[in-house]
Design a protein around this ligand. Structure first.
Ligand code: ADP
Length: 765
């Protein structure tokens, strides 16, 4: 073993807080910091988009410039450095390609990201002194050509020989397919038979992601189950054959979530803070949410919410199918989201006033209130690479009802009525009745067995969703590629032997604090699911009305702003807050005194110990792609290369997506029928104020390329873990067929149309 640190270049088309349109931005914003805490040196390479605010561009330092050949072109490439939280960011500067109003969706995206991939590869020769790239970690199709370029154009150079490549699939639905004219005109690879063959996906097209799958040393995706699923024709989007062939290097590593941003004990956006040790605040949150949304304020009604894109991928077909049964059966439902199913949701909100609410908007603050105020969180996805929402829900003690697919399967352990284990309610098939059954399994438990319900809530809140686990798995993966490099975690920086804070060790109690039983006196809970459901449509028309509204819960009126005093204080004293919720992230632990780090560990290990043993739960645990990204404010600009960047603090700020909390508006809305849901403007993350930057681009002509693609992110992959069984089941023959450059006839079995169609429909960018 050498003393050398693992030095990783992480290439991504987006990274929070600079630019984010989806989960990929969250991962690239969070994972590198966790990797640094795990002992790696990390440089993140991102395009220097015109939308990156001057808050960051003003602090960037120009470190190099050179030209990148792209077919017949020679394109300018500048490297601008910024260091935050121990992570060095190198922005790839070319204004012709990147100084635009949004990151993706242009006619020349194929050329733009071919350039980005080539620039990343070329940049390995221009890294800060002392940084010798061991692993080039690429993400999604935007960077998929880097492993191809590296092997075809740079392999002979000594510097590149040691570079191992990792490719992470955050969403296989977006692959970067372009007309094959690009092969010569832009990639300059038409004369390389091997490359041409491996990039070609049909007679007229090439596929960037396909190239990465063949050329990379390791492939990961965002959950172990998704890693298995994408090896099947149903989920593989045509790449399943290659993935089966390469299953020996494919693994799934769950994403983490920002456990500071999503923390019910300190969240300033919710009505009352609470923790696993003291759940009283959650009841207040529920009453406040019911009132805000115009629902009957009753604790004897389980409140189930969805915070989601309203698309087929997210299971909205099942929801609209089963909603009559669910609503008339005594379950309140509130939906926050935008997308293809806005009208159906408005329809149900109109049909069941007081029982159903729809907020057709993107509202980050409201999403926090919904995660905190609900009893159940519905996520019946058709497919789900990783999924963030279900993990956030569990962190807030809101039990998920999910379909067993992808990351949902890996993160939600089904309730076992015999052992009391589990963290939610699950169903297997994409079927509305099965989903309805799962919802009522939850509702029945809520009504009939408070102790079991409360235990489930404790289980869910004890799960470990931090990035630490994911980062460790990535480090193991890197280590497998470079066994000569030790990956021992660095000791936490001990500042001063601050007296150990005993409180920190207590973590959260494992046992539930004898929660107050749900109030049921107003109306006896239906004895059976059947009984609760209407016998006919007519009944469904006037379900909840027959019941006495008499809201008993005191309509907690405080605005989020008010009660934040306490929570803010709490947020500032992480060491003193040792509830499970306050587990610090790896990054933070590294920055804190030893005593705090200890606390973190003990909380984490405790959470781990509390995990249920239910089969599925063991498989995974964490996840969550934080919607809220942390905007870290670096105090100093990096002067030194690589890791030398000193950052003092990291302040949380809004995510690019986040809409500001509007308590007042929300209240107003609460007084109105659910249908009055305002259609607030969507804040699409990617759009930030354009900034000026020095023009340095070399002129060139935009060339080809077809449509646009985008990607959503969440990465996962289990490191060394060998492939799933099914992968192995694939015959070598079939695999060989699929991967050969081939013709459409070589493609694997036809994809499940429903899944593919849904994926297309759910493109986020
Ligand atoms: P996706 O496939 O959309 O990335 P995830 O569950 O992984 O699904 O993450 C979605 C994230 O976006 C969650 O954090 C969720 O809270 C957030 N989100 C989705 N829709 C909305 C909305 N309308 N308002 C606020 N947040 C939303």
């Amino acid at each position: 073993m050498s003393d050398k640190k693992m030095q990783v270049v992480f290439a991504s088309a987006e990274a929070a807080p600079f630019v984010k349109t989806g989960g990929l931005g969250d991962v690239a914003g969070s994972l590198p910091r966790a990797l640094v805490a795990a002992g790696a040196d990390v440089i993140v390479m991102v395009p220097k988009y015109g939308t990156i605010t001057s808050e960051y561009t003003d602090r960037m330092e120009h470190v190099a410039d050179f030209y990148v050949s792209l077919g017949w072109r020679n394109e300018y490439c500048g490297l601008e450095r910024l260091a935050i939280d121990g992570v060095t960011y190198l922005f790839i500067d070319n204004e012709r390609y990147f100084k635009r109003d949004y990151p993706y969706g242009f006619f020349d995206d194929g050329e733009r990201f071919a350039f980005f991939s080539k620039a990343v590869t070329e940049s390995l020769q221009h890294l800060p002194e002392g940084f010798q790239c061991d692993v080039l970690h690429c993400n999604d199709w935007h960077t998929a050509l880097a492993p191809v370029f590296l092997r075809e154009f740079y392999q002979g150079l000594p510097l590149y020989e040691r570079v191992k490549t990792v490719f992470s699939i955050h969403n296989i639905a977006f692959q970067g397919q372009y007309a094959d004219t690009i092969l010569n005109d832009i990639l300059g690879m038409a004369h390389i038979p091997n490359a041409a063959r491996q990039l070609r996906c049909d007679e007229r097209s090439i596929n960037y992601m396909q190239g990465a799958l063949d050329y990379s040393d390791a492939i990961t995706t965002v959950s172990p189950s998704y890693a298995w699923e994408i090896q099947t024709p149903e989920y593989g989007e045509g790449l399943d054959g290659i993935l089966r062939r390469r299953s020996n290097v494919l693994s799934g590593i769950l994403n983490g979530i920002d456990t500071d941003a999503w923390n019910p004990a300190t969240d300033p956006m919710i009505h009352a803070n609470y923790s696993a040790a003291d759940m009283s605040g959650k009841k207040a949150c529920k009453a406040a949410l019911q009132e805000e949304l115009g629902l009957e304020v009753r604790d004897d009604r389980p409140l189930m919410v969805m915070v989601t894109r309203l698309t087929r991928q997210k299971g909205m077909d099942l929801v609209t199918y089963a909603l009559d049964r669910i609503l008339s059966g005594g379950v309140q439902v509130a939906v926050l989201g935008t997308g293809d199913y806005e009208e159906p949701m408005r329809y149900f909100a109109n049909k069941y006033p007081g029982t159903c609410a729809a907020r057709i908007t993107f509202d980050n603050a409201l999403s926090h209130r919904m995660y905190a105020g609900a009893d159940m969180f519905l996520m019946p996805s058709l497919f789900e690479p990783c999924g963030l929402s279900q993990m956030i829900a569990m962190r807030y003690g809101t039990l998920p009802v999910v379909r067993e697919t992808g990351g949902l399967r890996d993160t939600v352990a089904p309730y076992n009525q015999f052992t009391g284990e589990g963290t939610g309610f699950t169903f297997a098939n994409f079927n509305g009745d099965e989903m309805g059954d799962a919802v009522f399994r939850g509702a029945r438990l809520y009504w009939d067995d408070h102790a079991a319900w409360d235990q489930l809530v404790q289980n869910a809140m004890a799960a470990d969703f931090s990035w630490v686990r994911s980062a460790d798995e990535y480090m193991n993966l890197y280590h497998n590629l470079h066994p000569e490099i030790d990956i021992t975690k660095p000791e936490p920086v001990v500042q001063e032997p601050e007296p150990a804070e005993p409180v920190a060790v207590e973590a959260e109690p494992a046992a539930a604090p004898a929660p107050e039983p749900a109030v049921t006196e107003a109306e006896p809970a239906p004895k059976t699911e059947q009984a609760a459901e209407p016998a006919d449509d007519a009944k469904a028309e006037a379900p909840a009305k027959a019941e006495e509204p008499a809201p008993k819960a005191e309509p907690a009126k405080k605005t989020a702003a008010k009660k934040t005093t306490a929570s803010k204080t709490a947020a500032k004293k992480p060491a003193a807050r040792k509830t499970a919720a306050t587990k610090s992230t790896a990054t933070k632990a590294a920055e804190k005194p030893a005593a705090k780090a200890t606390a973190t560990k003990s909380a984490t290990s405790k959470a781990a110990a509390t995990k249920t043993t239910a089969a599925k739960a063991t498989a995974t645990k964490t996840t969550t792609k934080a919607t809220t990204s942390k905007a870290t404010a670096a105090k100093t600009t990096a002067k030194k290369p690589s890791t030398a960047s000193a950052t003092k603090t990291a302040t949380k700020s809004t995510t690019t997506k986040a809409a500001p909390a509007k308590a007042a508006a929300a209240k107003t809305a609460a007084d109105k029928p659910a249908t009055a849901a305002a259609t607030a403007p969507k804040a699409t993350s990617a759009k930030t104020a354009p900034k000026a930057a020095a023009a340095k681009t070399a002129p060139a002509k935009a060339s080809t390329s077809k449509a646009t693609t985008s990607s959503a992110a969440k990465a996962t992959a289990k490191p060394a873990a060998p492939k799933a069984t099914a992968a192995k089941a694939a015959t070598p023959k079939a695999a060989a067929q699929d991967s050969s450059a081939a013709t459409p006839a070589d493609k694997p079995a036809p994809k499940a149309k429903s899944v593919s169609a849904a994926k297309r429909a759910t493109r986020k960018r």
